[in-house]
Design a protein around this ligand. Structure first.
Ligand code: SF4
Length: 586
C-alpha cells in the first residue's frame, strides 16, 4: 500500500499499562476520516480508553495549518471530549515522524513520553509531578528550547474535571476535562523534538495555493477584526450583547466601566502580537505585565469571561485570575462558570482576591474546592442549588448561548464536547454589531437572510448550523484553524489537500467526510451515553427566552438533514451510505 504524501504515514500507540509502543499506518483511516478529529474519533469509537492527539494532512503545510485535535472520553460528560489546539507541538510531532499519538492504559507512577525523531521512551515524571503547567514546560525545555511540550498542571494531576492540556504558556486544549484523563493515566507530559521533513505531493502547486489562501485570509473580515480586537475585545463583547454574567444573571451595572478599564489596561500593556505556526491571523495579544510576558488569546472569550462572568472590575486582578487558570491548566470557560456558581452559594465574593484562593482550593481539591472540582452539575447536585449546564453536565461556553437560537440548537445536539466546536463565527453572534455582514453571510451560505437573526427559528438557520458544524469538522480534521478555514472558500482547501496528498478531493467529498465523522460522534453518544434527549439539560430548562416547541421543531429538522430518525438515531441507510456499517451493529 502506497503512503499518501503529506501524512507521515504512522500513528504511534503508547500503552502505559505495559510500557510498550507500536505504530499503525495512518492510511488505514485517512481516506474516510481525513485526520485530526476524524481519525481520533474513529480510534476512540473502538477504544474508549484512548486519549488521541491527532494532526491532519494539512498540518504544517498551509497558512494556519498549526492544529491538532485531542479526543478522549470526557470525565465530565462520559461522552466524547474533543478540543483543538495550535501552537508548535502539532507540527513538531509531524516532523518527528508521527501523524498522531494514541495513549492507552495507565501507568502506576507518574511518567512522561519522550519522542525524538521517532525514538520513543517512557521516562519518570516523579520530579515534575506537583508542578503547574508553566513550571512543567519551563523545566522540560530548560536545556532544549526546541522541545515542544504537551502537559498537565496540578489540576489535571488532581482530576479536576475541567482541567485542560497545556501546549505552551498560551495554547491549551481546554474543554472537556482531557487534562484529568491525562492525570488519571499518570501521564504528566509528552515532549517532542522533530527534525524530519514531511514532503507534499506537489510543492510548486502547494506554494501557489499557499499564497492564495494567505491572501484570502488577510483580506477577510476576520483579519481586519483581529487588527484592533486585541485591545477592543472586551468592549466589543458588550456591543455584541452577549450575556456574560454567569448562570441566571442577566446584567451587571459595572460592565461598561469594567470594559473600558480592561481596554485601557490592554493598551498600556500590550507589546505585540503572536501567532501559532504559520498563521497570518496572529490572534494572540502579547501582554507584558510586572516583568512577565504572556500572550492572551483574543479569538475566544477567556478574558471577557474572567471580566464579566466573574465581575472583575479591576483588570489587574482579572489578569492574575487569567494567569492563575492558565498556569494551572484550567479550562477558563468552565472555571469561571463554576466560580460564578460558587458565588451564588456565598462561597466566594466575586471581584476580590477570594477568587484566586478558591481557584487554589479547586486545583488542590481542598474543602469546598473538592466538590467544585467535580464540575457544575455534580456541585449543584451536592449543594441542592440548580445550575445551568449543557449536555452531559458540561459547563456552558463562555457566554450564555440561549438568546441565540441557532447556537442553542448547536449546543443541544453537540456530541463532541463544547459547542464552540460547531459555531465559531455564527452570524447571529455578531448581528448586533455587523448587521450587513451577518445578513450577507446568511444569504450567501443558505440563501435566506433569516438565518442571521438571533431570534429566528427558521429552517434556514438549521441548515446553516449543519453546514457550519461540517466546516468545523473539516477544519479540525485537516489540521487547520477553524477561524482561518471559515475565511476562505472550501475549494481552496480541497486544492491544498490535493497538492499535499496527491489525492483529488471534491468539496462535496469533504462534506461527506464531515457527515461521516459527525454521525460517528452521534453513534458514540448512543453507545456510551444518553444522546436521545438533546434538550433535557438544565441549559434549556426554565429558560424563558427559548421557545421549547420551536426549538424541538428545529431539532427534528436538524436530525432529518443529518439522516437521523426523529429520536436522533442515525438511520441504517445513512450509516450504509457513509460507509461505516462495518463499525456498528445495525
Ligand atoms: S487564528 Fe489564532 S488560534 Fe487560530 S491558528 Fe491563527 S493564531 Fe492560532
Amino acid at each position: 500500500m502506497l503512503k499518501m504524501s503529506g501524512y507521515t504515514g504512522e500513528i504511534l500507540f503508547v500503552d502505559l499499562s505495559s510500557g510498550t509502543f507500536r505504530t499503525e499506518p495512518t492510511e488505514k483511516y485517512a481516506k474516510d476520516f481525513l485526520g485530526g478529529r476524524g481519525i481520533a474519533t474513529r480510534i476512540l469509537y473502538e477504544n474508549p480508553d484512548a486519549l488521541a492527539f491527532m494532526t491532519g494532512p494539512l498540518t504544517s503545510f498551509v497558512p494556519s495549518g498549526s492544529r491538532m485535535d485531542v479526543v478522549g472520553i470526557s470525565p465530565v460528560t462520559g461522552l466524547i471530549g474533543g478540543s483543538s489546539t495550535g501552537g508548535e507541538f502539532p507540527v513538531a510531532l509531524k516532523f518527528a515522524g508521527y501523524d498522531g499519538i494514541v495513549v492507552t492504559g495507565k501507568s502506576e507512577k507518574p511518567v512522561f513520553i519522550r519522542i525524538e525523531d521517532s525514538e520513543v521512551s517512557i521516562e519518570s515524571a516523579g520530579e515534575l509531578w506537583g508542578l503547574n503547567a508553566f513550571e512543567t514546560i519551563d523545566t522540560l525545555t530548560k536545556d532544549d528550547p526546541d522541545l515542544k511540550v504537551a502537559c498537565i498542571g496540578r489540576a489535571g494531576e488532581n482530576g479536576v474535571k475541567f482541567a485542560g492540556i497545556a501546549f505552551s504558556h498560551r495554547n491549551l486544549a481546554s474543554r472537556g476535562g482531557l487534562g484529568a484523563v491525562m492525570g488519571a493515566k499518570k501521564l504528566k507530559a509528552i515532549v517532542v523534538h522533530g527534525t524530519k521533513a514531511v514532503s507534499p505531493h506537489d510543492p510548486n502547486e502547494l506554494m501557489s495555493i499557499f499564497e492564495k489562501i494567505k491572501e484570502s485570509i488577510v483580506n477577510s473580515g476576520e483579519f481586519l477584526r483581529f487588527k484592533d480586537w486585541h485591545v477592543n475585545f472586551v468592549p466589543t463583547i458588550l456591543k455584541l450583547k452577549m450575556p456574560y454574567f454567569g448562570d441566571y444573571e442577566r446584567e451587571w451595572e459595572k460592565a461598561e466601566e469594567a470594559a473600558m478599564k480592561a481596554k485601557e489596561w490592554f493598551e498600556r500593556h500590550t507589546v505585540g502580537r503572536a501567532s501559532c505556526f504559520s498563521c497570518p491571523l496572529r490572534c494572540w495579544g502579547v501582554v507584558n505585565y510586572e516583568g512577565e510576558t504572556l500572550p492572551i488569546n483574543l479569538c475566544q472569550g477567556t478574558f471577557p469571561a474572567v471580566t464579566f462572568t466573574l465581575k472583575t472590575e479591576d483588570p489587574e486582578l482579572a489578569w492574575r485570575i487569567y494567569r492563575k487558570c492558565q498556569s494551572e491548566g484550567l479550562d477558563m470557560m468552565s472555571a469561571t462558570a463554576v466560580i460564578a456558581y460558587a458565588s451564588r452559594l456565598g462561597l466566594v465574593r466575586l471581584g476580590t482576591e477570594e477568587v484566586l484562593e478558591l481557584i487554589e482550593k479547586i486545583v488542590t481539591r481542598q474543602d469546598e474546592g473538592n466538590i467544585l472540582a467535580e464540575g457544575i452539575k455534580k456541585a449543584s447536585e451536592h449543594f441542592g442549588v440548580p445550575a445551568v449546564y449543557m449536555k452531559g453536565g458540561m459547563e456552558s461556553w463562555s457566554s450564555d448561548v440561549r438568546p441565540f437560537v441557532g447556537s442553542a440548537l448547536a449546543a443541544a445536539v453537540a456530541d463532541s464536547g463544547s459547542v464552540n466546536r460547531a459555531l465559531y463565527g455564527f452570524p447571529e453572534f455578531y448581528y448586533h454589531i455587523k448587521k450587513e455582514q451577518a445578513e450577507m453571510m446568511a444569504t450567501r451560505f443558505v440563501g435566506d437572510v433569516e438565518a442571521a437573526y438571533p431570534w429566528s427559528y427558521s429552517e434556514s438557520k438549521v441548515r446553516f448550523a449543519v453546514l457550519w458544524e461540517n466546516l468545523h469538522i473539516i477544519a479540525d480534521s485537516l489540521g487547520v484553524c477553524v477561524i482561518a478555514l471559515l475565511t476562505t472558500p472550501l475549494k481552496l482547501w480541497a486544492e491544498a489537500y490535493e497538492a499535499v496528498t496527491g489525492e483529488k478531493i471534491a468539496e462535496e467529498e469533504l462534506m461527506t467526510a464531515a457527515e461521516r465523522i459527525r454521525t460517528l460522534e452521534r453513534l458514540f453518544t448512543l453507545k456510551h451515553g444518553d444522546g436521545r434527549d438533546d434538550l433535557s439539560p438544565r441549559l434549556f430548562k426554565d429558560e424563558p427566552r427559548l421557545d421549547k416547541e420551536k426549538l424541538e421543531e428545529m431539532k427534528r429538522v436538524y436530525y432529518s438533514l443529518r439522516g437521523w430518525d426523529e429520536k436522533g438515531v442515525p438511520k441504517p441507510e445513512t450509516i450504509e451510505k457513509l460507509g461505516i456499517s462495518g463499525l456498528v451493529e445495525l
